[in-house]
Design a protein around this ligand. Structure first.
Ligand code: AP5
Length: 213
């Protein structure tokens, strides 16, 4: 089964993807995580991506489609959660082509719907493990180990793009480029809307119910 998690920055895509991976053995394709790995490796590709990400802008479609194509080639016949991809109609059309070429298909698009005002608190309070990527929040999900990760003891850090000015730009990018995909997938009868304002556990229950998992 192939699923897209569609939602604004901070709507809970990464959090829900990890729960689906743990319980149902999906493979998570997070374009944000792939880009952050490229930045860590200091490759030319990473440097280019970073220049967009630090400003809260979308990375150009051709670069994103290239890394997704490479990932799909390495993960044939697997159930994939697309976390943060596609974000433009061009990317959505390319994904369709990539899946068709792999004799696969898109099953559902889960739209994590949330009031934009809640997103600033979620994102400014987010901390992530620099080592394993586990996601925390200073108020709603603090680590029991203080500034260390409960899973691997790595250091918890704030993402560079989780500062208010960059967050506002990311939200604008979502409205302008990614928001239209809600209608795009509704018209293709793939869209399932989930109330992402509920607690993490209740959002996960709703997802399981709606997907009949
Ligand atoms: P990316 O890393 O994908 O960031 P994003 O889409 O902005 O999403 P986030 O990771 O910020 O949020 P999330 O929805 O995963 O929320 P999370 O679960 O962490 O992309 C970063 C950048 O890379 C982009 O800006 C762009 O530049 C580039 N990029 C990536 N993909 C691209 C593409 N396809 N095309 C072009 N450019 C691309 O949760 C957030 C916080 O809320 C956490 O602290 C969490 O604990 C808390 N939380 C989660 N759920 C709940 C809940 N139900 N109740 C209370 N708190 C909750």
């Amino acid at each position: 089964m192939n699923i897209i998690l569609l939602g604004a920055p901070g709507s809970g895509k990464g959090t829900q993807s990890k729960l689906l991976v743990e319980k149902y053995k999906f493979n998570q394709l997070s374009t944000g995580d792939l880009l952050r790995s490229a930045i860590k490796s200091a490759s030319e590709f990473g440097k280019l991506a970073q220049s967009y990400m630090n400003q809260g802008k979308l990375v150009p479609d051709d670069l994103i489609v290239q890394i997704v194509g490479e990932y799909l080639n390495l993960n044939k016949n697997k159930s994939i959660i697309f976390d943060g991809f596609p974000r433009t109609e061009i990317q959505a059309t390319k994904l369709n082509e990539l899946l068709e070429n792999a004799k696969s298909e898109l099953n559902f698009v889960l739209y994590l719907k949330i009031n934009p005002q809640d997103l600033i608190d979620r994102l400014t309070g987010r901390r992530v493990c620099a080592q394993c990527g586990e996601i925390y929040h200073v108020h709603t999900k603090p680590s029991k180990n203080g500034d260390k990760c409960e899973v691997c003891d790595g250091s918890l850090v704030q993402r560079k793009d989780d500062h208010k000015e960059v967050i506002l730009e990311r939200l604008l990018e979502f409205d302008k480029n990614t928001g239209p995909l809600i209608e795009f997938y509704k018209n293709k009868e793939k869209l399932i809307t989930v109330d992402a304002e509920l607690s993490t556990e209740n959002v996960f229950s709703e997802i399981q119910k709606k997907l009949s998992l």
